[in-house]
Design a protein around this ligand. Structure first.
Ligand SMILES: CC(C)(COP(=O)(O)OP(=O)(O)OC[C@H]1O[C@@H](n2cnc3c(N)ncnc32)[C@H](O)[C@@H]1OP(=O)(O)O)[C@@H](O)C(=O)NCCC(=O)NCCS
Length: 229
């Protein structure tokens, strides 16, 4: 019976995706507005993606939310991972928006005729947050605006990200700090060069056995004429 229900659900999804013009395998159970996705994504119940660009295979757990962000392929984003948007000036006499924001987010009152403080920080490419490919973010993580999390990075459960995180590093805590590197710099160089996440899915699938050992994977790259091109 379970199998029948699952089959019916996936059939319904397929039709829904086709009608909405979404890529195959899109299972969108949360809010998904003005956003694009690469396919085979699961966005769990209560999640929210607004004005985001999400790569192939990336999934979001329950109540995780991002906006104005770019998230790469093959990312595993757990539950309650939230991009924290907006900031107040801590060096002004008052931190209240009446003193620096002209419209105060739609409020009927303001003491300022112009905006005197930049409430939103952006990455250098203009996003609220950029997450690379194959990034794992543990549960209950807050990411402050304007940061970049590199390819292959890991963010520990319960962290508060206040800085950019370089590729293939594990960071954690509040504020999140460097914990350790996942691989040595030669290995990271090879991963960044081959960009396996951009390979055809058929190639990734055919060689998936190499993905459980970095030395095996690097050995495979050496013998693969196409991999480092
Ligand atoms: C980050 C994480 C992957 C590290 O795992 P690991 O490689 O096995 O590392 P260790 O457990 O050996 O910990 C390494 C160090 O990081 C610290 N650390 C581990 N988790 C941490 C966390 N959440 N916050 C802060 N520091 C953390 C450890 O205390 C240890 O510090 P020490 O070297 O001073 O003793 C893991 O702790 C984690 O947070 N996983 C997320 C789990 C999760 O959210 N699951 C939800 C479903 S996906």
């Amino acid at each position: 019976m379970n199998r029948m229900v699952r089959k019916a659900y996936y059939f319904f999804l397929k039709i829904k995706n086709r009608v909405l013009g979404r890529p195959a395998g899109s299972d969108i159970r949360g809010t998904f507005r003005r956003s694009t996705n690469g396919g085979y994504n699961l966005f769990a119940k209560g999640s929210s993606l607004i004005n985001c660009d999400i790569g192939f295979g990336t999934y979001l757990g329950r109540r995780s939310s991002f906006s104005d962000s770019k998230i790469g392929k093959f990312c595993s984003i757990s539950w309650d991972v939230v991009l924290v948007k907006g900031s107040h000036p801590t060096t002004f006499v008052s931190t209240h928006p009446f003193f620096y924001s002209r419209d105060c987010g739609g409020s009927k009152i303001s003491f300022s005729s112009k905006n005197k403080y930049e409430e939103h920080k952006k990455t250098k490419d203009g996003f609220s947050c950029v997450i690379g490919n194959d990034v794992w973010i543990g549960c209950h993580v807050l990411i402050l605006e304007g940061h970049h999390i590199g390819d292959g990075a890991v963010v520990a459960a319960g962290s508060v990200v206040t800085k950019d995180i370089p590729p293939y590093e594990i960071w954690g805590g509040n504020p999140a700090r460097f914990i350790k590197k996942r691989f040595d710099s030669t290995q990271v160089g090879k991963l960044e060069e081959c960009k396996w996440w951009d390979w055809p899915v058929s190639k990734i699938k055919a060689n998936s056995d190499h993905f459980t050992s970095i030395s095996d994977f690097c050995g495979f790259l050496e013998n693969d004429d196409e991999a480092l091109k």
